[in-house]
Design a protein around this ligand. Structure first.
Ligand SMILES: [Mn+2]
Length: 433
C-alpha cells in the first residue's frame, strides 16, 4: 500500500489523541518455538496498520503537544554481522527514505530519548492489556515503565483508538481481503475436487498450505481446521491427524492471509462427494439459515438481532427434524438450542481474522452495523456421536458454513460469494475429477 495511507492513518490517530500526550506502539517480538528456532515472524496488527512496516525491534512514537504534533519511528540499526544471519534491514537511513515520518532513530536510543520526552507530557497511550493490571503487562520496556510509574502521567489505552479506526475498512483494504478470498477460494475448490476416503486430514491441510503459498499468500490467517466426521463437533479441532472415512462429512475452516489481511471460510463437504439424506437435511438447514442471516445485513442492523435470527431458524429446523422437542420460543428462552449451536453468529475480520474492533460503545450499548465493516457469518450445528438424545441418523454430523460479508449502506456484499456452497455445487465439483 501507498505510504500516504499510513501517513493519513497516523494523522487520524493524532487527531484523536488528547493534548500533551505521547503514544507508544511496538512491533511484535520474535517468539521462540524451541531452542534457537523461532516461529515465522508476523508484525503486530496495530503497528502495521499505522506504519506498514514489517520489521521487528521497531517502535512508533506519536507526540501531541498543545499546538504541534510529531512522529518518531525507531528501527533496528544496520548491522552487517547480524544481517548475515537474519537478512537485510532497512536501517535508519533506509527507513527515513521510505517512510514519511518526521524523525527516524535507531531502537537502542529509544529509552534515552523517551526519558527526555516523557517529562513534558501529561498522558501516555500504551497497549495496557487489561484495565486492572494496567502497567504490569503493558507492552513497554521495563526502564520506561519504571519511569512512567514514578511520574504522574495518566495511562490511556492505545487500542481504544486503533480498534475503532480499524472497524471501518477502506476500499484498498477491501481489495486485499478480496484478493485473500480469491486465493482461499481456489484452495477450497481444489480440496473439494480431490478429497477422498483413506486420505488423512493433514493431507488436505497440506493442500491448503500449498495453494495459499503458491498463489502468493504468505501464511494461513489461522490454524486450518480439517475435521472428519465427529471431529467437527470439537469447535477448534486442529489436530488434523485422522483418516477420512466414506459416509462422513469433513468440516473445513481455512483461510489465507494476504498482505496482512485475513480471509475466514468454512465449508462442510461429504467424503467422496455425495451427501447422505440425513447429512443433506442438516446441511440445508444450516445453509438456509446462513443465507437468511446474510440477506438481513445492512447498515443499522444489530449483530445480536442476526444472532437471534440464526437461533430461531436453526431451532425451528431442529424441532422439525425431531432433534429438539417443544415450542421454539420456549426452547430459545431456556437456551436449549445452544446445546447444538453454542457459538456466535460471526465476528469482525480484517488484519486479524478476529479483528479486535469494538462491538459496544463507551456506555456498553451495542454498535449497529456500519458501511465498511467486514464480518463473518457462520452458523453451525454440532451433533455429537455420543449424544444419545439425538435421532440415531444425525449423530456424528457437524456442519458449519461461513462467509465474509461487507456491510454497505443499502445492504451487503458477500466477498466470498464465488466459493461453492450449495449441495449441487459441492457434489458437482467433486465429480469433475
Ligand atoms: Mn470465523
Amino acid at each position: 500500500m501507498d505510504e500516504q495511507i499510513y501517513k493519513s492513518r497516523r494523522e487520524d490517530f493524532l487527531v484523536q489523541m488528547k493534548k500533551s500526550s505521547v503514544a507508544l506502539l511496538f512491533s511484535a517480538t520474535q517468539k521462540t518455538r524451541s531452542n534457537d528456532t523461532e516461529y515465522p515472524y508476523r508484525q503486530d496488527s496495530d503497528f502495521y496498520y499505522l506504519t506498514g512496516f514489517k520489521e521487528d525491534n521497531a517502535i512508533l512514537v506519536l507526540l501531541k503537544g498543545e499546538k504541534s504534533v510529531k512522529e518518531i519511528l525507531f528501527v533496528q540499526k544496520k548491522d552487517k554481522s547480524l544481517e548475515l544471519w537474519t537478512g537485510k534491514r532497512l536501517g535508519a537511513e533506509g527507513a527515513k527514505e521510505r517512510f514519511d515520518v518526521d524523525t527516524v532513530c535507531t531502537s537502542e536510543r529509544f529509552e534515552k530519548k523517551l526519558k527526555k520526552i516523557l517529562p513534558s507530557k501529561k498522558r501516555v497511550y500504551l497497549d495496557l492489556f487489561s484495565e486492572e493490571k494496567k502497567l504490569l503487562h503493558a507492552k513497554c520496556p521495563e526502564g520506561v515503565k519504571d519511569f512512567i510509574k514514578k511520574s504522574s502521567m495518566k495511562l490511556l489505552h492505545v487500542k481504544k483508538i486503533t480498534q475503532s479506526m480499524r472497524a471501518i475498512k477502506t476500499p484498498v483494504e477491501i481489495e486485499l481481503i478480496k484478493k485473500a478470498l480469491s486465493i482461499t477460494k481456489e484452495a477450497h475448490h481444489k480440496v473439494m475436487s480431490m478429497q477422498k476416503s483413506g486420505m488423512f486430514e493433514y493431507e488436505l491441510q497440506a493442500v491448503y498450505e500449498y495453494e495459499f503459498k503458491k498463489n502468493g499468500a504468505y501464511s494461513d490467517a489461522y490454524t486450518t481446521i480439517i475435521a472428519g466426521g465427529d471431529n467437527g463437533n470439537t469447535l477448534h479441532y486442529i489436530n488434523n491427524s485422522e483418516i477420512l472415512k466414506e459416509g462422513e462429512l469433513i468440516l473445513i475452516d481455512a483461510g489465507c492471509e494476504f498482505e496482512m489481511y485475513a480471509s475466514d471460510i468454512t465449508r462442510t463437504i461429504p467424503v467422496n462427494g455425495k451427501f447422505s439424506e440425513a447429512q443433506k437435511e442438516i446441511y440445508e438447514l444450516v445453509l438456509q439459515t446462513e443465507l437468511k442471516v446474510i440477506e438481513a445485513i445492512k447498515e443499522g442492523v444489530l449483530r445480536t438481532d442476526l444472532q437471534m435470527m440464526a437461533r430461531e431458524s436453526l431451532c425451528e429446523g431442529m424441532v422439525a427434524l425431531g432433534i429438539l422437542k417443544g415450542d421454539v420460543k420456549e426452547l430459545i428462552k431456556e437456551e436449549k438450542d445452544k446445546r447444538y449451536f453454542p457459538h456466535g453468529i460471526g465476528h469482525w475480520m480484517g488484519i486479524d481474522v478476529h479483528d479486535p474492533c469494538p462491538y459496544k460503545d463507551k456506555k456498553g450499548k451495542e454498535l449497529p452495523l456500519q458501511a465498511g465493516m467486514v464480518m463473518t457469518i457462520e452458523p453451525g450445528l454440532y451433533l455429537p456421536l455420543d449424544d444419545v438424545d439425538l435421532p440415531q441418523k444425525y449423530r456424528g454430523i457437524a456442519v458449519r458454513i461461513e462467509d465474509d460479508i461487507l456491510v454497505i449502506k443499502e445492504g451487503y456484499e458477500n466477498l466470498s460469494c464465488g466459493i461453492a456452497k450449495s449441495v449441487a455445487e459441492i457434489e458437482e465439483l467433486y465429480s469433475r475429477t
